[in-house]
Design a protein. Sequence first.
Length: 476
Amino acid sequence: MSRSKIKSILDHQATDYPASVKGWVRSFRNNQFIALNDGSCQANLQVVIGLETDESIVKRITAGAAIAAHGNIVASLGKGQRVELKADSIEILGDCDGEQYPLQLKNRPSLEYLREIAHLRFRTNTFSAVFRVRHALAFAIHQFFNERGFVYLHTPVITASDAEGAGEMFRVTTLPFDGTPRNEQGAVAFSEDFFGRATNLTVSGQLEAELGAMALGEVYTFGPTFRAENSNTARHLAEFWMIEPEVAFADIHDNMNLAEDFVRYLIRYALEHCTEDLNFLAQRLADEEKNKPQQERSGMGLLEKLTSVAENSFERITYTEAIGILLASPAFKKKKFQYEVKWGIDLQSEHERYLVEKHFGKPVIVRDYPKEIKAFYMRQNEDGKTVAAMDILAPGIGEIVGGSQREERLDKLSQRMEEMHVPHEELYWYLDTRRFGTAPHAGFGLGFERMVQFVTGMGNIRDVIPFPRTPKNAEF
RNA sequence: UCCUCCUUAGCUCAGUUGGUUAGAGCACUUGACUGUUAAUCAGGGGGUCGUUGGUUCGAGUCCAACAGGGGGAGCCA
């Protein structure tokens, strides 16, 4: 008999039919009742074994063991579940020595501990829920762009450009560490390296995505991104996934509309397709909040927060307005901000949090930042002071989207590159798009893990990626 | 990288002003029970108190360095 997924058994109303299931034992009660989970859904299937079951089998039904159960799906006699599998036979597929198995249903191992056994943490309710939601969001991303006619463009993971200015890079090389070849000036001879030049892991697919957009019209990337920054926070990874749409004939307002539609679409998708997992995660979060002091509680439950974001439009303000709000705030007057507030500063975490969590109470899109604090490729506004950049700030996460209208005017772009010491030679291919049929265009980047954090309510980004890569940590 | 906190059984945690043989729950094991719901009840085994060094008659407890981890900040997505 072929294996049935537990999800399909629980989803269907029928009873009194034969079925086989395979999964991992979550708990074994009364030498008779197995709570079995196969990863297809949050809920367990109760498998009931007969009293005549061979004792040598019964002894091997331990928490964590992999088993197969064959029998009939029947209406449950007990109270906690609608149906159960009345087993005729049990097969032990893989034993699990409970004395050494670190996961026990009753012990509530901490997220920090589970991070150290990331190879086993998928077996917990929390992580299986998080990774099912992560999958759903990844799928929804492709669906969103596909519905709108975007082309999924695979930009390179290995890049020769180090002029993107998006952060420290990981070097990619096959040169030996001992006896590294040197040129006549004594510098490392990258001409002898695999690609004949210095190469790195990508920090962004944006520049390449722009090339695609200037022919295909609307493209997006969705792939791994690498930053060799020594960042030790709950919001940073050395290897993370990023989505970068790029749209020809679009301005900053089209860009904000797309980004807002996108974020709200993803949340609606999760609410519709991950109800059970989100309910579980919401409950988990609520339990966690109970142990926090009153002041640190968020006040809104996970589902309320997601529903509110999905149903209400984001606040849109300019950078100049944001500075005005901060300067007029009670927090500023009481000198609550650690960092200075004045026109020209980069907004600090505390400023973003004030705007999003205290002042507006919902996601905020801030646009038209001072050109000095933004990248060379952002389009210069008429005022000569600002660029058409926009960031979406989300409650609890901070910056979740960063984007801009791109500078399509060759002279302006060229001039800005000179001012910011970005070498023209290395980016001739980028500049060519401005030489040959340039057009207004815009795009943004969305940090996938930050989106997963927002939807699942997980506080640490290391808990929403299967195998986190952070400074001093590349285990598994 | 900076500030700060933590590290005691497989897991979650107690351990008082430095003082006898370091405790509990879960897990494991032996037995009982058999429609349980984190099953329950009774007995049992299980410890290099992160590592190294120091102070002291005596260190899980005090001090230092190192390692690992958490929280906050910077950089950013």
